[in-house]
Design a protein around this ligand. Sequence first.
Ligand code: MN
Length: 247
Amino acid sequence: MNRRDFLTRTSTVALAASLAPALSQLSAATAISAPTAGHTYPFAVTPLPYDYAALEPHIDAATMKLHHDKHHAAYVTNLNAALKDHPTLHGLTIEQLLRQFDSVPAAIQPAVRNHGGGHINHEFFWQIMRPVGTEGSGGKPGEKLAAAIIADFGSLEKLQTEFNAASLKVFGSGWAFLVRDAATGKLKITTKPNQDSDLFQTNQTCLLACDVWEHAYYLNYQNRRADYLKAWWNVVAWDIASRRFVA
Ligand code: MN
């Protein structure tokens, strides 16, 4: 995709962001405060807030294009197909659907769990990464988040070591998250299998999410999940995680 095509297909927010680096920070932060706010059936994949090659060399353009345009899009297509004949659910956001999972008809619960989870996880994943060299990316957590990381893990390096170790232990496909427990204020690393998510619960705030499905890294890293995880930290949008921490 050339730049003109990319700009044409992006939202107003992303377009403005691509033209004004300072505004980019603001827009991305605004967007992330509610990853899919206002989005109801039919759900849609949000365009990437950067170009496919923007995360290279850490995540290659071919992986990003396949991952966003095919894998994520398939979750959305399948979620919409499952919801098509259930108009009473059409006014609900993906967060609401997942929070009210017990009231979702049993026949479509697996689809809502897997494809709905896939949608919310990926919407957040694209936002919590940032091209290297832009503000926030590959940098350090903000002051308050940094202090919490030191209090709960000892250091940023120890958090990363623990996060990567937890991610490596995910058998098969899944996700790793850094969340802040609302009751205790403590940070914790969690993992979930498949497309289960830590993004919709009201008792915690998700700060980071890392996709450890093979489709997230296989083209460039083959079976080397550890190398992908090590590289991933270079493109983490710490400024967004920090804003979510203090929000
Ligand atoms: Mn994925």
